[in-house]
Design a protein around this ligand. Structure first.
Ligand code: SF4
Length: 94
């Protein structure tokens, strides 16, 4: 099975945040799919169709930096994945 990343769309998940030291920063959601675990069940595609999609019959692709509008759907996809292959993280930028 093949999983492909595609370029992030224009709107990002980045949210302004104030660090503990008072400095302004931004926090952005990032997605990683563990290719060794993913079995192409497609639960992520159904949970977050704006982020995960089928490509052909044996591969998916996903937006590793999804829109903030997709936050809830992405979290649902991570919970729905039967292989626990989806990891969500936050990238913090200065
Ligand atoms: S739900 Fe999990 S196992 Fe299924 S295609 Fe998505 S990442 Fe892969």
């Amino acid at each position: 099975m093949e999983i492909r990343l595609h370029p992030p769309r224009r709107k990002s998940t980045c949210r302004p945040k104030i660090c503990d030291d008072g400095e302004p920063t931004v926090e952005c959601m990032r997605i990683i799919v563990d290719l060794n675990r993913c079995q192409n069940y497609g639960q992520c595609v159904y949970a977050a169709p704006g982020v995960f999609r089928f490509v052909g019959t044996e591969s998916i692709e996903y937006d590793h930096a999804p829109d903030s509008d997709d936050d809830v759907a992405v979290r649902r996809a991570a919970v729905a994945c039967p292989m626990s292959a989806i990891t969500l993280g936050e990238e913090v930028r200065p």
